[in-house]
Design a protein around this ligand. Structure first.
Ligand SMILES: [Zn+2]
Length: 286
């Protein structure tokens, strides 16, 4: 009998002001002077994970790991996988090839030095992978990563690619081999929609999220859930923004912790690293 398909719960470990591409988005030189919430929120998340006996993958922003290295060590000590969200939270399609390579190399080295173990995985800010960055997988392999979870196989504000695989798939290139875990979408009425992270997870009622997740698992794909520490902190400061972005960024914050707890209870979870180790087809070296 085939083993049951597991799901993956992931956290992009960043602060409340790391919202992209707004006139009010603060630059990196201002971050240190803003009132940080990531430490308290991430510790609260770790406690929630422990209460439910859940393992997750934590994509640390390098800037956050550098300032709060104990968060990396605490997550590792509780059995979570440590991965990289890059260093400076820039949109991949805006930075160019060389600056991208520098950013992901710096983040990997920094987080590995803190964690004392190898970092295999990467997630881009804003899932900002498009057809305009054909060098993306090559540079990621060059920096020494083994998998990525940044491709968003539907249209969205940042990034988004149509017509790519919906389940995990290997990408071989000059510098090596990367396994891509696209953000999970479900097929609904001929469209692909995400229900499993960010504003989508907060917006849809839990029974809809569960039904869509079961549909995805039934198709033999893992569900990749993703959240940010600010999403369990309804009273975090707000960045000024237009009404549509405001809705998407802040809708239903008060209900998110409850949803997260139900997901942790009802889904069988693993990390990207363990998923790769368990999958002979994805693990196979070319
Ligand atoms: Zn981010």
């Amino acid at each position: 009998m085939a083993s049951r398909m597991k799901s993956i719960f992931s956290v992009d470990v960043e602060d409340w002001f790391h919202i992209l591409d707004l006139p009010s988005t603060p630059g990196i030189s201002e971050w240190g002077s803003l009132p940080s919430r990531v430490e308290a929120n991430f510790m609260k998340l770790l406690d929630i994970f422990s209460e439910h006996g859940a393992v997750t993958t934590c994509f640390f922003l390098g800037w956050v790991a550098e300032r709060y290295p104990h968060l990396v060590r605490e997550a590792l000590a509780r059995g979570h996988e440590i991965a990289s969200h890059g260093y400076a939270h820039e949109l991949v399609y805006e930075v160019g090839e060389e600056r991208f390579l520098r950013d992901v190399t710096r983040a990997k080295k920094l987080i590995e030095d803190i964690a004392g173990c190898e970092v295999l995985g990467y997630r881009a800010s804003g899932f900002s992978i498009t057809g305009d960055v054909p060098w993306f997988f090559d540079q990621l392999a060059r920096a020494g990563y083994r998998y990525d979870s940044s491709v968003f196989p539907a249209m969205r504000g940042h990034g988004g690619m149509k017509g790519v695989n919906l389940g995990p798939y290997p990408v071989s290139n000059r510098a090596g081999r990367i396994v891509e875990f696209p953000i999970t979408v479900a097929r609904v009425l001929g469209k692909t929609l995400c229900f499993f992270g960010g504003g989508y997870l907060r917006l849809f009622p839990y029974p809809v999220i569960r039904a869509m997740a079961q549909r995805v698992l039934g198709e033999g794909r893992p569900v990749i859930f993703y959240i940010h520490p600010r999403e369990i902190d309804p009273s975090h400061p707000r960045l000024p923004m237009g009404i549509m972005r405001r809705f998407k960024s802040y809708v239903n914050l008060g209900a998110t912790e409850r949803k997260i707890r139900r997901i942790l209870d009802e889904f069988e979870l693993t990390t990207f690293r363990a998923f790769l180790e368990d999958s002979t087809s994805l693990r196979k070296d070319s």
